[in-house]
Design a protein around this ligand. Structure first.
Ligand code: ADP
Length: 921
């Protein structure tokens, strides 16, 4: 059966053919509402269905795989239509939103009977009650519990001298978070990949901008909006209006540009929620430079929160996430996306973890308490926009009790650090009395939606108990009636049943039907329906009792809904305290989870300071280590020291190597030896340290990294028409142009995507540039053994290799990183391990032997001696040289026009030329 067949055609949609060209009143209403909501699919409520018409119907039927039908005609053409049942609409909405659509939900605003009472042609009043867009969701069914759902507004301020500024404001209405910041256009890509928004709003102009437009259009769900939404003149007024305050002063200090973006975001929320305003935290401002900048390619390649294939499983986040609540998981993801650059703030986070590393009993107790703490911020958000249910109230009840329990446990800690004291302060806030009121009001078993009723505890309100008793007593009467009818008719199997179409009815099997339809019983039993096996009847008496039951039931439900609204209002008065407690839960969850990770996986507290140190002892790769552990394999720990020389590594030669520049480690070794793993693990350790987590190492000292760059892994970016090599070079260009002394750079196999000599030359020049110009801490893995010769010239370049052993012609990987350089690639041995046919291996060996006879290494060593050291071009040198005297003469002659000159002018020009000649002694 198609969904459509189950609903009767509305009377106003069925048009006689001759009137086809006329627009029906219902269609008129539909088209008006549709026109007011451009760019959105319109869910038009008709009875138990949301219907979609015209192009919307075609889009939805394709996207949802539901049957496309027709309903009436519009201007002589069939109207395509499809529909989704209201009770399953969340599911359909979810799928449409996931595909990037936005939906306007249009409800019936009155009882159809009221419309009929106005006259035959009257259409039920309808209105859009909400726009469902990817960035403005609140329902659990539409959200991923463990990730934030951000709406991001981007505003731009043009600067005549170039250097436009970008204002960003992002909001998660399901948790009330609201953050603003400002950045330059060059940092936009990195900032966007950090925020990872679900929906973005921009001005039309920015969307079409030749420079930024392409970047924006790549984002999921971008909506260009008219200029008024981004009007800076009205921004403050709109923000004040949303927060119902007279001035923004008390809310937060924001730049004009940030306020513009913030106002755009709240205006959009206002529009999508159609008047209902989810409460938001006052915008918190993220100052520039407070987080480690990580460009999108690095973020993707290091698989911080998702793997390259887009999954959470296998990412760093997945490996370190031991949180027990969705809010904790979201906070951890936020922290991982934005490592800090303030060593003080990092230390405060580390102190909290250290407290729970030291006290395992407290850690376990708190985690047990947290497990019982529901997602309070999302429950609150739903209640605030009228989409909450009884279980959300129960969530707040349990949350408040859990906060009290957690507080009691935290009070037993010796000397809690400041972050835990802040958590305790927040846990003290929500009123226990509120939770007790919720406890008194709510039944033990709760329905999902409030309209199902039955969620208020018996004894809570006398009037409700009375209505329920009446309803239940009448149900008993029905049961007695069934027994009596069975007796009177002699039909033992007679049943009284109920459904939504017929209400209460008497049902007998087909063989007894005739008896009830014949005198004398037909005076009592009125035939209603004949089915294949059963026949259904009603009676006057049953009709009466049904009305009574319905009335009592309606009254009971009405009272319950009133109670629900009261409880909701109570929750709203406490919403700030509840939100603070919810945030404290998340912090506590992250602190205890990272402590558990540290204990379980043997992580240590890093020392993070403002130096340029990078000294890791016994470092491990957090993800690879876990994967190996599952297979019962050990991970080989390795040290890494990129701290500025002098000591412990050879002092720079006289006059070279300014103090304060980091070292570059050049790592050679065969494929599969563990070079990439080593590179990545050091980057990940820096990130973990700066999010304020313990790290997988025996000891770690890290001077704050302001930007992390990587060029690892390679994939074609075919969507943008870039080959692997092009992607590699673009990423390398970014690094060489932007890395500073405070940056950490990891480069894997630069130049591999082109011919050997090209690649070697590019890698060579890149290392020299990093050493002389960027002066950053860097790890450089390469296949080109020739590059190791560079260490003779570059004082801060240090050669390291991953050890392998040859054993009976095979290569054995030891995964140990040691000083020195690899003497060979062992490519053929690895190829053999991979199963290349024996004849191919044999042939490759003989080709290699021939090639090796030419000895490229020799050439490289000679090159190092011959080539002058890479010189960083100074600005003056980069400018074009002034023209020589000969060039000046040529220019002067070219500027002469003899035909237009008098004899005298010609003579003067000749003297002038002669004067330009170099003076001969
Ligand atoms: P390369 O970059 O040198 O080709 P990878 O870093 O990709 O090598 O490592 C290859 C495999 O070796 C990894 O998948 C991992 O299983 C293993 N491996 C790497 N480093 C280690 C280590 N330190 N200890 C144990 N196994 C390792």
């Amino acid at each position: 059966m198609t969904i459509q067949q189950s609903i009767p055609a509305p009377p106003d949609a069925a048009q006689p053919a001759e009137a086809a060209a006329r627009v029906t009143p219902m269609m008129e209403q539909y088209l008006e509402i549709k026109a007011a909501n451009p760019g959105l699919l319109l869910f038009y409520r008709m009875g138990d269905f949301y219907e979609l018409f015209f192009e919307d119907a075609e889009i939805a039927s394709r996207a949802l795989g539901i049957m496309l039908t027709k309903r009436g005609k519009h201007q002589g053409m069939d109207i395509p239509m499809c529909g989704v049942p209201v009770e399953r609409s969340d599911d359909y909405l979810h799928r449409l939103i996931a595909l990037g659509h936005r939906v306007a939900v249009c409800e019936q605003m009155e009882d159809p009977a009221a419309a009929r009472a106005r006259g035959n042609k009257s259409v039920v009043r309808r209105d859009v009650v909400r726009l469902v867009t990817p960035g403005t969701l609140t329902e659990d069914t539409l959200l991923d519990a463990r990730t934030n759902n951000y709406l991001l507004a981007i505003a731009r301020a043009r600067a005549s001298s170039g250097g436009d500024r970008i204002g960003l404001a992002w909001i998660d209405i399901s948790t009330s978070e609201f953050i603003v910041t400002e950045c330059g256009t060059g940092e936009l890509a990195a900032t966007l990949s950090r925020i990872n928004p679900n929906e973005v709003i921009v001005t039309d102009a920015l969307y079409g901008d030749p420079d930024l437009g392409p970047l924006l259009r790549e984002l999921p769900a971008v909506t260009p909006l008219t200029r008024d939404v981004f009007d800076s003149a009205t921004a403050e007024r709109r923000l004040c209006d949303y927060f119902a305050v007279a001035t923004m002063d008390g809310l937060s200090a924001m730049s004009r540009l940030e306020a513009t973006a913030a106002a755009a975001a709240v205006t959009y929320i206002d529009r999508t929620q159609v008047g209902k305003r989810p409460p938001l935290s006052p915008p918190s401002r993220e100052a520039a430079g407070t987080t480690m900048a990580i460009d999108p390619a690095t973020r993707a390649n290091l698989e911080l929160t998702r793997t390259l294939s887009g999954e959470r499983r296998g990412s760093l986040l997945d490996a370190i996430d031991r949180t027990v609540t969705p809010a904790g998981s979201r906070l951890l993801a936020q922290r991982l996306a934005a490592p800090l650059t303030d060593s003080g703030a990092i230390a405060r986070r580390l102190d909290a973890i250290a407290a729970f590393v030291a006290d395992s009993a407290a850690r376990d107790d708190i985690r047990t308490t947290l497990r019982a703490a529901p997602d309070m911020s999302r429950a609150l958000a739903r209640l605030s926009v009228g989409r909450g249910g009884p279980r959300d109230i129960a969530g707040l009840r349990d949350g408040i009790f859990a906060a009290a329990a957690a507080l009691a446990r935290l009070q037993r800690l010796d000397d809690p650090p400041p972050e835990i004291i802040a958590v305790m302060d927040a846990m003290r806030c929500p009123s226990r009395e509120l939770a007790r009121e919720f406890e008194r009001a709510l039944a033990d078993q709760l329905p999902l939606i409030k309209r199902d009723g039955g969620f208020v505890r018996e004894g809570y309100e006398a009037a409700l108990d009375e209505a329920r008793n009446l309803r239940d007593a009448s149900r008993l009467v029905v049961a007695a009636m069934q027994a009596r009818y069975a007796d009177e008719t002699g039909v033992k199997g007679l049943k009284i049943r109920h459904n939504n179409v017929l209400g209460y009815f008497v049902e007998v099997t087909a063989q007894h039907g005739d008896k009830l339809m014949a005198p004398p019983l037909n005076a009592i039993f009125i035939h209603r329906q004949t089915l294949a096996g059963q026949i259904r009847f009603t009676t006057a008496e049953l009709g009466e009792i049904e009305a009574k039951i319905a009335n009592a039931g309606d009254r009971a439900l009405g009272l319950e809904l009133e109670i629900f609204e009261r409880l909701c209002a109570l929750a709203m008065t406490a919403s700030e305290d509840l939100r603070a407690a919810a945030h404290a839960f998340a912090m506590l969850d992250v602190a205890t989870a990272l402590a558990k990770l540290a204990v379980d996986d043997n992580y240590v507290r890093p020392e993070v300071d403002t130096s340029l140190t990078f000294a890791i002892e016994g470092g491990r790769h957090p993800v690879v280590e876990q994967a190996l552990k599952r297979d019962g394999q050990p991970f080989i720990a390795n040290a890494c020291d990129l701290s500025p020389v002098p000591p412990p590594y050879p002092p720079p030669q006289a006059g070279e190597g300014r103090v304060g520049a980091g070292q570059i480690w050049l790592i050679t070794g065969p494929n599969m030896a563990g070079k990439s793993t080593f590179l990545r693990q050091n980057a990940l350790i820096a990130i973990l340290a700066q999010i304020g987590s313990f790290v997988p190492a025996a000891r770690a000292r890290i001077g704050i990294v302001d930007r992390l760059f990587s060029r690892v892994g390679a994939a074609d970016d075919l969507a943008r028409g870039r080959s692997t090599f092009m992607v590699e070079m673009v990423e390398t260009a970014i690094i060489l142009n932007q890395a500073s002394e405070r940056s950490l750079v990891i480069l894997d196999e630069i130049g591999r995507g082109t011919a050997t000599f090209d690649g070697l030359s590019i890698a060579w020049a890149a290392i020299e540039h990093l050493h002389e110009s960027n002066r950053c801490r860097a790890l450089f893995a390469t296949h080109y053994h020739e590059l190791t010769a560079l260490s003779a010239k570059l004082p801060r370049l240090f050669n390291a290799t991953v050890r392998v052993k040859e054993w009976q012609g095979d290569v054995v990987f030891l995964h140990e990183v040691l000083p020195g350089s690899a003497d060979r690639s062992y490519g053929i041995q690895v190829a053999r391990l991979a199963g290349l046919p024996a004849p191919v291996i044999a042939r490759a060996k003989s080709v290699l032997a021939k090639l090796e006879a030419q000895d490229r290494g020799q050439t490289a060593r000679a090159l190092v001696d011959d080539l002058p050291l890479f010189a960083v071009p100074s600005r003056a040198a980069a400018e074009p040289a002034p023209p020589s005297e000969a060039e000046q003469l040529i220019e002067a002659v070219a500027a002469l026009h003899p035909d237009e000159m008098s004899p005298r002018e010609a003579l003067e020009a000749l003297y002038a030329l002669k004067a330009k000649l170099p003076k001969t002694p």
